[in-house]
Design a protein around this ligand. Structure first.
Ligand code: FES
Length: 112
């Protein structure tokens, strides 16, 4: 896994939802109730941009068809049967770092 510093965003404790780059990958970065979360930017349902959505009760809500996903696990709301990719986040001196696994990291995990 490689950790990427997210440029232009600091951990201030203020709520936000932004589309940012972690390396070459676009992700959705969320500040919610003092925590920072990172998820895929494309909604698993039909690909709408989740950074246009909103957060309520620990879930990100897609603005298009209102599907919901847990910010911590990525699990879809009741009856959705889908998941949103989530990424680990760490904070160092208010700088935000997101961990992205490569294809080969994922292959190694399967064969462990
Ligand atoms: S595209 Fe997100 S809920 Fe349909």
């Amino acid at each position: 896994m490689k950790w990427y510093k997210i440029d232009g965003v600091k951990n201030t404790g203020e709520p936000f939802i932004k589309k940012v780059k972690a390396g070459k990958k676009s992700i959705c970065l969320v500040g919610f109730e003092g925590e920072i979360y990172a998820t895929a930017v494309a909604c698993p349902h039909a690909g709408f941009d989740l950074s246009q959505g909103l957060c309520v009760k620990g879930k990100i809500i897609c603005p298009y068809h209102r599907y919901t996903y847990s910010l911590t696990t990525g699990k879809g709301g009741e009856g959705q049967n889908d998941f949103l990719q989530t990424y680990p986040v760490t904070i160092n001196d208010n700088d935000i770092y997101v961990g992205i696994s490569s294809f080969w990291d994922k292959v190694r995990r399967v064969f462990k």
